[in-house]
Design a protein around this ligand. Structure first.
Ligand code: SF4
Length: 756
């Protein structure tokens, strides 16, 4: 069973009581976002109104989705929790580890060879713990989720930032780190800062060359890459209801590009059509019963300024096709003359070498059919492709249906490469160059979401522009970045001038969706007998060994590194080539803090081993201390651990023997991650004490045996000359988090509670 109708019905069953109660405690009409949030409170019925952008609230999500790169460590951790099954419906999707090179068949075969160990591991863990498993080639996580699991009014978390795509079907769907997903899998609450709310009113109607993609490209221009931070973007208005469900998905998907917590739309006829077309009539019927709870109260959309923290209005009838980029998704330019001028002024290559259509952002049947209508015109009008074209269907269901309906064949006649139903070029899994670092300057256009330098092909000189699938197709055929299909003529093979007509397409396949093997593996009802094997000599996977409690006595601990200035999760646990080791804690720990600048000497990955007097890399030095049983301390500046929520940034120092991280201030998620791994995350009571720490310092914790909520701790820093400074440090541990520390980690505690 792909989705759980009983679970959905249970969410709907409590809606009326909870949302009516929420309206009472909030004291005013509710937005859709608030309705979903208040209906998913961990505590049950709402008892108080939460302050947006301030209060941290515990939620109970309905679903979890994980992709293959992030699922490895998440599942390795979950295996530590001592549970026989996940507490919440969960799926794993193999989509990131497939490189695009020759075409779908060969590329999938290659991925199955190169990453079979990881895929097999994910499959067996899924089978054992009741997790739905989507095989390599089944599709991209967010497209598969939209087709199978998303439902109006639901709350989902996923270990990928574009989990937000499911807002297209009226969900509050949010990207999280693996540690958060593990908590929910293990039956714990999930904490989120109650978001602010941005309302986007869409008036008018999309037509001609303008697509849902242009709406989000416009929103990105207005709000910029940071404008959605800590907020849910809620779309409404006649322009919203007139749009397809998958178009709404595209808009929500790229909410990640403006930093939004998530984006969503109210339930409407387009969602009902999509649910019925994707074999979920029972979900549509259930949603129809609670319709009024699946959109905002009427008063909210009538006077949005009173209910949202910010309101934007876009008239879709006046919106034209846009190209956003290069290097950032919020740099918006109208197609045609405006792009010509900007490209010349900025020295962006006007010749386009590749057009790429697909990714989780724009790979629906509607997207492919509209792009194919342009490709068909190129064939009919005798136009030759001026650049190369690549297609990544979003799912096997879309691919199979598009193939049956002749859509893929149109692209193939233009010599397009049909890549695997996977992320491919969208995540740099694209073997475009043998030496990307020294590859030439060029422009590409794609219908993906991200266009940071090197994102698609590793070439820092690739200028990537984001556009709708139909504009991508037209520009790829014309081979020019400044081509305006609304106005410009092209010369065909007979030397005649021809023009494109407006794209056409189908919101949903006229003959319905069809698929032979969708790539889904249902887990066994009782997976207790399933063996999960991880080879001892594997370099990509390693079973986790529970962390030993650090204990209430820390004496003689040595300074590992005093990080200077910015120290993000990228400085602590780099990405790039290290992605390969995301499932192997010991191997990935070789990148621990190698990007952090040592305050002494201002070099990266160069610290002193106090025991030998020698200097070396941070991981090696930490390992040397650990080998002789000496605990270590990391000191940092402000906002330590900002960036991603990746739990590796806490697990690696923990694995290498770091007992405490003492900083001026923490990025909150990283601080929580340290707590979850059973470490001490502490802040200087007096920030100036950061300057007191010296390279040869030894630390003694004087009152750790009195570790209690709200109570300062005292540390003695012993300097090389024997002099001492006594440092007061603060912490934000509550009693349960202190219990995590005492047990060695949050998972150890869950396991213990489970066993008792
Ligand atoms: Fe992420 Fe791109 Fe894959 Fe979407 S297609 S999940 S954005 S890598």
């Amino acid at each position: 069973m792909a989705f759980d109708i009983e679970m959905i019905k249970s969410v709907y069953a409590k809606m009326a009581e909870r949302i009516d109660k929420a309206r009472e405690v909030v004291g005013k009409p509710l937005t859709l976002s608030e309705k979903i949030l208040y209906n998913h409170l961990w505590e049950g019925n709402p008892t108080k109104a939460f302050v947006r952008g301030k209060d941290y609230v515990d939620f109970a999500p309905d679903r979890i989705a994980c992709q293959d790169a992030t699922a490895q460590m998440a599942l390795l951790q979950f295996m530590q929790a001592g549970k026989s099954k996940v507490a919440v419906p969960t799926t794993v999707h193999c989509d990131h580890l497939i490189q695009a090179k020759e075409g779908a068949e060969a590329d999938l075969r290659n991925a199955n060879n190169v990453s079979s160990e990881v895929f097999n591991f994910l499959e067996s863990v899924s089978n054992k713990y009741g997790i739905g498993f989507w095989k390599p080639g089944a599709g991209i996580i967010h497209q598969v989720v939209l087709e199978n699991y998303a439902f109006p009014g639901g709350m989902m978390i996923g270990t990928d930032s574009h989990t937000v795509n499911a807002g297209g079907l009226g969900m509050v769907a949010i990207g999280v780190g693996g540690a958060d997903a593990v908590d929910v899998m293990a039956g714990m609450a999930w904490e989120l800062k109650f978001p602010k709310l941005i309302g986007v009113k869409l008036t008018g109607k999309l037509s001609g060359w303008t697509a849902p993609k242009d709406v989000i490209l416009k929103v990105a221009e207005i709000l910029t890459v940071k404008g959605g931070t800590d907020a849910i973007v809620e779309y409404f208005g006649p322009g919203a209801t007139a749009m397809s469900c998958t178009g709404k998905g595209t808009i929500c998907n790229m909410g990640a590009e403006i930093g939004a917590t998530t984006s969503t739309f109210g339930y409407d006829a387009s969602m009902e059509r999509y649910l019925r077309a994707t074999d979920r009539a029972d979900v549509a019927d259930a949603a129809n019963q609670v319709k009024t709870y699946l959109t905002a109260d009427d008063e909210v959309y009538a006077n949005p300024e009173q209910y949202f923290d910010k309101v934007i209005e876009i008239n879709l009838s006046e919106l034209g096709p846009l190209l956003n980029g290069p290097f950032t998704p919020d740099l918006s330019t109208e197609v045609g003359t405006a792009m010509n001028e900007k490209a010349k002024a900025n020295d962006w290559p006007l010749a386009v070498e590749w057009g790429l259509i697909g990714s989780c952002t724009n790979s629906s049947y509607e997207d492919l059919s509209r792009a194919a209508s342009i490709a068909q015109q190129a064939l009919d009008k005798g136009l030759k492709m001026k650049s190369e074209l690549g297609i990544n269907p979003g799912s096997e269901q879309v691919r199979y249906t598009a193939d049956r309906d002749g859509i893929l064949n149109v692209f193939e006649k233009l010599d397009a490469k049909i890549f695997t139903n996977a992320c491919g070029p969208c995540i740099g899994q694209w073997a475009r160059y043998s030496d990307p670092k020294n590859a030439p300057k060029n422009s590409i256009v794609h219908s993906f979401n991200r266009n940071f330098a090197k994102r698609a092909d590793g070439n820092p000189n690739t200028h990537a522009f984001v556009a709708s699938p139909e504009i991508t197709a037209a520009i790829a055929i014309a081979g020019r970045l400044d081509f305006n299909p609304l106005k410009d003529k092209l010369i065909n093979e007979n030397g005649e001038e021809v023009m494109f007509e407006e794209p056409t397409g189908w919101e949903l396949p006229p003959k319905g969706f069809e698929v032979k093997d969708n790539g889904y593996l249902e887990p066994e009802a009782d997976g207790s007998h399933v063996q999960v094997t991880v080879k001892e000599d594997s370099e990509r996977l390693q079973l986790l060994i529970p962390f030993e409690p650090i204990g209430s006595e820390i004496k003689g601990a040595k300074l590992l590194i005093k990080a200077f200035g910015k120290c993000t999760t990228d400085h602590i646990s780099m990405a790039g080539p290290w992605l390969r080791y995301r499932g192997h804690l010991d191997n990935i720990s070789n990148n621990c803090l190698i990007g952090a600048v040592n305050a002494f000497g201002k070099k990266t990955n160069f610290v002193k081993n106090q025991l030998t007097g020698e200097f070396g890399g941070v991981p090696d030095t930490a390992r040397a201390y650990k080998a002789v049983g000496v605990k270590t301390i990391v000191v940092g500046d402000h906002n330590y651990g900002e960036g991603s929520s990746r739990e590796h940034a806490a697990m690696e120092p923990r694995h290498l023997g770091v007992a405490a991280v003492i900083v001026k201030s923490f990025a909150r998620i990283h601080e929580t991650n340290l707590k979850k791994q059973g470490m001490l995350g502490l802040t200087f009571a007096n920030e100036a004490d950061y300057d007191v720490i010296q390279e040869d310092d030894t630390f003694n914790f004087l009152d750790l045996n009195e570790f209690a909520p709200g109570k300062q701790l005292t540390i003695e820093a012993v300097h090389a000359d024997g002099s001492k400074d006594v440092i007061k440090v603060n912490h934000t541990y509550n009693q349960s988090q202190i219990d995590w520390y005492n047990e060695g980690s949050a998972l150890n505690l869950i396991k213990k509670e489970n066993a008792s």
